[in-house]
Write a protein that binds this ligand. Structure first.
Ligand SMILES: CCc1ncnc2c1ncn2[C@@H]1O[C@H](/C=C/CNC(=O)c2cc(-c3ccc(F)cc3)cc(O)c2O)[C@@H](O)[C@H]1O
Ligand SMILES: [Mg+2]
Length: 214
């Protein structure tokens, strides 16, 4: 019945995953994306890189730009220490509605605040709305041409501190060439590329990890 892909993914989660088990939730989405219908989730291969960077950073306050169905939201939230929070930003209300249900099904809703709206409007309100000094970790996975403007906005709003880690999806496919130029040429970032594959495919893609130097 699900008319949109996110609704069909939610159905797959409700059918195949165990309530309260985050791993079973994102595994069900991976199965769906690999065997039923390709979907733009960071996926299982790049997901392992995301997991390892997260474990290394162990953020108290994390930001995700582009929730979509909540696949990476669940993947990130499951690794957060008690008391840590993830704020995820999504401007499509239909996607946000599905993501809320997937996040709740996984049982990680207490660690996640899903904020609806365009990142450009919400980033400047993060401090006043959520009492945030700065983010420890940012996952960029929204429109690729928003990576640079939103990174600059995070800098200008004082939301990055010495050591904040930015992790950007899809820097090769679909590609974020301006973003790669920005973080690799800027003296304010220490950048490194993690080669991988596009989700559920053999095409090359990768994640760019950039540490803000202050
Ligand atoms: C306005 C700022 C702003 N504020 C708030 N929410 C925003 C937003 N801009 C976007 N969103 C939401 O984020 C999600 C979009 C994500 C965009 N992601 C890809 O386009 C992508 C594509 C491929 C691929 C497609 C086709 C191929 F052939 C190959 C690769 C693979 C990937 O992993 C990909 O992430 C949606 O939920 C938007 O509603
Ligand atoms: Mg992506």
């Amino acid at each position: 019945t699900g008319s949109t892909q996110p609704q069909r993914m939610l159905e797959a989660v409700q059918k195949n995953a165990t309530k309260g088990d985050p791993e079973s939730v994102f595994s069900a989405i991976d199965y769906y994306g690999r065997h039923k219908e390709w979907a733009m989730n960071v996926g299982d291969e790049k997901g392992l890189i995301l997991d390892s960077v997260l474990t290394e950073v162990n953020p108290s306050i994390a930001l995700e730009l582009g929730t979509y169905c909540g696949y990476s939201t669940v993947r990130i939230a499951r690794l957060l220490s008690p008391g840590s929070k993830l704020i995820t930003v999504e401007f499509n209300p239909a996607f946000a509605a599905v993501a809320r249900q997937i996040i709740a099904y996984a049982g990680v809703q207490d660690k996640v605040t899903l904020v609806e709206g365009p990142s450009g409007d919400l980033i400047p309100k993060m401090k006043e709305r959520f009492g945030i000094k700065s983010f420890d970790f940012v996952f960029l996975d929204h429109w690729k041409d928003r990576y640079v403007p939103d990174t600059k906005l995070l800098e200008d709003c004082g939301l990055l501190r010495k050591g904040t880690v930015l992790l950007a999806d899809n820097v090769i496919c679909p590609g974020a060439p301006e973003y790669l130029k920005y973080v690799r040429n800027s003296p304010r970032y220490e950048s490194r590329y993690f080669k991988s594959n596009l989700e559920y495919s053999k095409v090359e893609d990768g994640l760019e990890k950039s540490v803000f130097l202050g």
